[in-house]
Write a protein that binds this ligand. Structure first.
Ligand SMILES: Nc1nc2c(ncn2[C@@H]2O[C@H](COP(=O)(O)OP(=O)(O)OP(=O)(O)O)[C@@H](O)[C@H]2O)c(=O)[nH]1
Ligand SMILES: [Mg+2]
Length: 402
């Protein structure tokens, strides 16, 4: 989280300059970009690194090898980064008194992965998709910073957008009190987040490109009983999510859906089903730590930001769960795999439907079939073990620009 991985300058790493350079090898590759939008301390770095923590299982369960990208010398900047983030979270969990402060991200960072399908004998892989998550300091959203424009351009270009939500704040404030609502909007920078999502949605429609929007409540261990928690307040959490973020979903519906267009699409779909970009808005609350839950808050206070602005802060405190006679519990991640599963499914769909060149190349190399099988297996697994927390808010085909 502290970007120590950058210290190892010997490793080739993904950087904006390379990506933008028209002559770079990277530029000529298909890179599937994943964006994230959230203010500082909301949990962006924790979310990305938790999703990528346990990549080994993909081999066993889904016929894919998902690995941190390795440079020509076999070194991996991303592997180091994931390890550092993981160690940071583990050390927070092991601390007797858990402090939710962690280490703030200091510069934009890339989590650069390769996704390779196994061939039908499962003895070697065939082809490779490059999937890259961008993480950046949350302070950028309101105050900018180095490479700010590159980060925002990346977000617009990404067909997958992650939006972490601070569950403890929206659950523990008084949601009937005007001043609490106003402060929450300001503290969680909900208007700025909303604007980024709307700009992204308009860009998707303009580009006729598919879109996957994932709202991910974090710091929510206390509100679920399926991972060691005592109470189930999941319905209340969803209601609170709707109170603060529901209007974004309504606006997206306006932007992406057009009933007449949908009817036409449906007619045309019979012939050219694969031509239309689809969208999905999903709700995926996950436990990134699992054994640390909300304990108490200190109410609202004011804080001066680096740029000198005064903002309201709602400081929540967390505690380690203790099981009588068993001491403290180890970290227990829940639901992260389902998110990556959904992202991969989306990327493969996009590859097979929006990109004629990739499609032709995949067909020649025999990868299309392998990708198809992979998607099927992922869907089957999700249907066998439905994650009760997960909700599909809205899905459909993106209409033409109005
Ligand atoms: N209990 C609990 N704590 C979490 C969870 N997710 C994140 N946190 C804590 O929230 C704090 C902030 O998380 P980060 O991932 O560093 O937040 P960030 O959005 O990357 O912050 P910046 O880098 O400043 O933009 C850390 O101390 C995390 O351990 C969660 O699901 N549960
Ligand atoms: Mg961070």
């Amino acid at each position: 989280m502290q970007n120590n991985a950058q210290g190892n300058t010997q490793q080739e790493q993904f950087i904006f300059a390379d990506y933008k350079n028209q002559n770079s090898k990277l530029r000529r590759k298909f890179v599937y970009k994943i964006g994230i939008v959230g203010p500082s301390r909301i949990g962006k770095t924790t979310l990305i690194s938790t999703i990528l923590k346990d990549l080994e299982k993909w081999k066993k369960e889904f016929d894919f090898v998902v690995e941190p990208f390795k440079d020509s010398q076999g070194r991996s900047y991303t592997r180091t980064l994931i390890k550092e983030c993981d160690e940071e979270i583990e050390s927070q969990v092991k601390a007797y008194e858990y402090k939710s402060m962690g280490v703030t991200t200091e510069k934009p960072d890339f989590f650069d992965l390769t996704v390779k399908p196994f061939d039908s004998n499962r003895d070697k892989t065939k082809g490779e998709l490059r999937v890259v998550f961008l993480d950046y300091p949350g302070g950028y959203l309101s105050e900018g910073g180095e490479n700010y424009n590159d980060c925002m351009q990346w977000i617009e270009d990404s067909s997958v957008l992650l939006v972490p939500i601070d569950a403890s704040v929206i659950m523990e404030i008084n949601n009937q009190k005007n001043s609490d609502i106003k402060n929450t909007m300001s503290y969680l920078e909900i208007e700025i987040v909303k604007k980024k999502i709307i700009d992204w949605a308009l860009y998707r429609r303009k580009r006729k490109d598919s879109a996957l929007l994932l709202f991910v409540p974090l710091k929510d261990e206390k509100y679920f009983s399926d991972n060691g928690g005592k109470n189930d307040e999941s319905d209340k959490l969803y209601q609170r999510f709707q109170q603060f973020y529901g209007s974004i979903c309504e606006e997206l519906k306006e932007i992406w859906c057009d009933e007449d267009e949908e009817k036409n699409n449906n007619k045309r779909l019979a012939f050219m089903k694969k031509k239309y970009p689809k969208f999905s808005i999903d709700y995926f609350p996950i436990d990134t730590i699992g054994t640390i839950e909300y304990s108490y808050h200190e109410g609202w206070r004011e804080k001066k930001t680096d740029a000198g602005n005064i903002i309201p802060v709602f400081e929540c405190h967390f505690k380690l769960r203790e099981i009588f006679g068993e001491g403290y519990l180890e970290r227990k991640v829940f639901g992260a795999e389902d998110i990556f599963n959904k992202i991969c499914e989306h990327i493969i769909y996009k590859r097979q439907n929006n990109n004629v060149f990739a499609q032709a190349l995949d067909n020649i190399r025999g990868i299309n079939k392998l990708l198809d099988q992979g998607i099927k297996k992922m869907k089957e697994k999700r249907e066998q073990q439905p994650n009760k927390r997960y909700k599909n808010i809205l899905e459909g085909l993106i209409s033409k620009e109005k």
